[in-house]
Design a protein around this ligand. Structure first.
Ligand SMILES: Cc1ncc(COP(=O)(O)O)c(C=O)c1O
Length: 476
């Protein structure tokens, strides 16, 4: 008799669990929006280039409350020190991925912009967006992370090397460096360089960058004419790592955004600034809404709205943006985050960590990022024992245990192998997609694989990669 196949557990997929999707909220908001012509007509027509006005206003208020932006770069201060976000700083987008493409379309030029500096390990689906916009191979530079986030001295060395190279060119060569492939419009500029990071609860490492590093990053970006693009998509999904300390999760941002630092540091940002925050409803409402927002200086937000596709069709996701306005304006979004998402994800985190500590840490697995007060996001990064290769562990987990995990090699910066050594001996697991029972079972399966490999002396370095279907991998 054949034994029934065990159920597949997918700890690679970085989607919110369907059980946490606010279907009623979205249905009610949509129904209220589309059954009343005053709201439905503008919602169903082409919208403004910068996006649905009411949503920009509602977002500005909500983001002001959450990030409490102020000139001290501290968060959670008394309301008097808060500098409200003006809606002109915000532009509605089709989500963080789509908007990354729009930012590159508007603010970079494949000839003029010299390269992309990416935090490593990196959110790997962003790689293709850069490649589609003309950046690949030698134009990619990996910057590793340490305990405080992005390693600022390695970044500085890389940027300085690039600047020295630029200055050492002959007159003719320098002239070429001013050529562009794209026209320059009055509403944009092309940056010489781009720095891409997920500074808070990073995907994949779950690392959070310190305030000091954030300030240094802005200073470097200003010095080297770089635009810092941050995906700030997990900032609200946070909790105290010690569940015994506080039952209630934090409701203010744990760190100032880099775009806020740029807004206030040393007298404030230049016209287009040097930072743009890419926000998204994907993780806090649902990925299918394909709606997000970008924040930067007034000129940057306006310029982004002048992206060719928005000038032609209005900002993306106009109808959905109109429905989401009700959810943000009414405070239902914050309620959903506070009452549903934070408790659910923190419980999953506690459950997963519990089993990791019980079953994986004794095998020599190391968790580099979990010593912080406040944790958050969707992922836990695991460094494997005895130089086991993440590829081998992931492949055997799938073949032998019906378990899918993300090997560290998925998260390397394409074209730059300089800092890959640690990555290839690591794996990423996601706490958001599977329920708590499956998280426990998933960690049990992973522990069995690691134990077997250690017993057999199999380092997992055959070079064979994990092969998974597109649906398992999309948006990990
Ligand atoms: C860092 C990061 N950026 C962007 C995205 C995708 O965001 P969106 O669904 O808004 O395109 C994800 C989703 O996994 C992510 O982790």
């Amino acid at each position: 008799m054949n034994t029934p196949r065990r159920q597949l557990i997918n700890l690679l997929r970085g989607w919110p669990s369907t059980s946490l999707l606010p279907t009623t909220l979205v249905a009610q908001a949509s129904s209220a929006t589309f059954t009343n012509t005053k709201e439905a007509f503008p919602a169903l027509c082409y919208g403004p280039d910068s996006g649905h006005e009411e949503l920009r206003i509602a977002l500005a208020q909500w983001l002001t409350t959450f990030y409490t932006p102020n000139s001290q770069f501290t968060v959670g201060n008394a309301a008097s020190s808060v500098s409200p976000i003006d809606p002109v700083r915000i532009c509605i987008t089709g989500g963080a991925s789509q908007n990354l493409a729009c930012i590159l379309q508007v603010f970079t030029d494949p000839l003029y912009t010299r390269g992309i500096w990416c935090i490593s390990p990196m959110y790997f689906l962003a790689g293709r967006v850069f490649e589609d916009n003309g950046f690949s191979g030698r134009t990619f530079h990996a910057v590793p992370e340490d305990d405080e986030g992005l390693d600022i001295s390695i970044l500085e060395q890389g940027l300085q090397r690039d600047e020295d190279l630029l200055r050492s060119l002959t007159k003719d060569q320098q002239h070429q460096q001013h050529q562009r492939l794209k026209p320059l419009w009055p509403t944009n500029k092309h940056f010489r360089r781009v720095i891409y990071a997920v500074p808070t609860f990073s995907n994949p490492s779950s690392q959070t960058m310190s305030v000091k590093r954030r300030i240094q990053l802005v200073q470097l970006a200003r010095r080297f004419d770089a635009l810092v693009i941050t995906d700030d998509v997990y900032d609200q999904l946070q909790w105290y790592s010690d569940s015994k300390i506080a039952a209630k999760a934090p409701d203010l941002a744990s760190q100032p955004r880099i775009v806020d630092i740029d807004r206030f540091l040393d007298g404030g940002a230049s016209e287009f600034g040097n930072a743009v925050s890419n926000g998204s409803f994907s993780k806090i409402i649902a990925p299918g809404v394909r709606t997000g927002w970008a924040e930067g200086t007034k000129a940057l937000a306006h310029g982004l709205g002048q992206c060719g596709s928005s000038r032609s069709g209005g900002a993306p996701s106009q109808a959905m943006a109109a429905a989401l306005t009700r959810i943000v304006e009414s405070g239902q979004l914050q309620e959903h985050i506070t009452n549903t998402l934070q408790p659910a994800y923190s419980a999953r985190y506690v459950c997963m960590m519990n089993w990791i500590e019980k079953l994986l840490v004794p095998l020599g697995v190391v968790l580099p990022q979990t010593n912080r007060n406040i944790m958050g996001g969707f992922f836990i990064w695991l460094e494997l024992p005895a130089l086991l290769h993440g590829d081998g562990v992931a492949r055997r987990a799938k073949d032998e245990e019906e378990l899918i995990i993300g090997p560290g090699s998925f998260f390397v910066v394409p074209g730059d192998t300089t800092h890959n050594q640690k990555l290839i001996h690591s794996v990423r697991v996601c706490l958001a997609w599977e329920d708590e029972d499956s998280l426990e079972e998933g960690i049990r399966r992973l522990a069995r694989v690691i134990r077997r490999m250690l017993d057999e002396g199999d380092a997992g370095d055959t070079g064979e990669k994990l092969v998974v279907s597109a649906s398992a991998i999309t948006n990990p």
